[in-house]
Design a protein around this ligand. Sequence first.
Ligand SMILES: [Zn+2]
Length: 470
Amino acid sequence: MYKTTIGLEIHAELSTNSKLFCGCKNDPNEKEPNSLVCPVCMGYPGAMPYIQKEAMGKVLKIGSAVSGEFADFTEFDRKHYFYPDIPKGYQISQHKHPLISGGKIFDIEIERIHLEEDTAKNIHTETGESLIDYNRSGVPLMELVTKPVIRTGEDAVTFVEELQLILRMLDVSMARMEWGEMRVEVNISISKNENFGDKVEIKNLNSTKVVKKAIEYEVKRQEEVLENGGIVSQETRGWNENKQKTESQRKKESSHEYRYFPDPDIPKFKLSLIEEFDQKNIKKELPKLPKDIRADFKQNYKLKETDVEILLHNQNLLNLFCDVLSEQSFKKEDAQTLANFLTSDSISLIDKFQDFFYTNITKDVLAGVVSMFTDNKISSRGAKDILAHIAEFGGSPSSVAEEKSLYQQSDKKSIDKLAKEIIEENPTVIEQIKNGNESVIQFLVGKGMQKSKGSTNPQLLKNALKSNIK
Ligand SMILES: [Zn+2]
């Protein structure tokens, strides 16, 4: 049996106002190429970089959220390599003194988190031209490196997804892999003993699904190589989605080939002397993290785990859910009902109406629908209809219920009358019930719902039927 060892290197573009070493705007949505550039981020000789501390603060927030240790001394280094997307001939990164050391997510330990600048983007056209867009050049990137402690593709994905959640909740990155805002590289080796095997790096992984597939493919491939007496060569491979396999790209440079040295243009920092980087303050100002929310929803609201995960992975839904919970009049014990409406019905409505959903489905609408439902004024079908109608056209729950006759009959006398009618009309069923087959009462409830065109509260009708049959 081979033992698999996986380490992750994850880059995330930080959502700052400006790039890292110049005043150019950091806007991932800017469509016009080379419109957010200046001599610094285009690497003109003699252009002087100056650091924007906003990005440093964001990396420290991430470090704090994963319980990493703040560097006391930190500096930036030049990492040399030649590539068209890196016009200076080096990238400004951090080598010996990363901002954060250690930390963990779940039980997966983190080696370090540092800050560096993103590269420009190469675009290869169908007609064979190679173009460079420098809008991305100099955008602040967080790089997080885990320790080589991950054993399976599934655990790797769990880590990546949790980091994504944390970055979004800290509001430091949107971390969408399909947009390239978050990029995952996997280092993977297998071995039969305690030593590490030869390490292969896999790049171009643009979704968590692909991370898992690539790891599983690579484990098998390396096993086959070793079983056939071969040697796994230390190299960089890429994922080919069409062929569903990894392919060799290039032999990997070792770190001394980058000729790192401290960048003389960027100041060095003693973080403890800088008030805005104070570890205690940053910790104190952290928003609620996924693990806090899980604990809160489970302990205080008894929410189902699957619902909590759906909410956590939909920031807008989660905000809406929390907004409704914070309403003074909202009853804590209705939280699961609210979650049900949000995690089932609303998801399909959001697919259909997109952001428009949030314009119409406000916290008041939701609180109203939930209380009408738990007060038995409307059925769950009625609640769904009301939400669908309001998502599309707007309006208030009570007026829509009125307009579409969705109020349930809860008036005791008329329900009693209905029950008596049904009993009279179904003597054989009544006989069955009297003979002990109580489950057929549901058939009578169905009859009553039909007769009243769905306007009766089924639970009250069932009670009325039971007492009348007795
Ligand atoms: Zn610039």
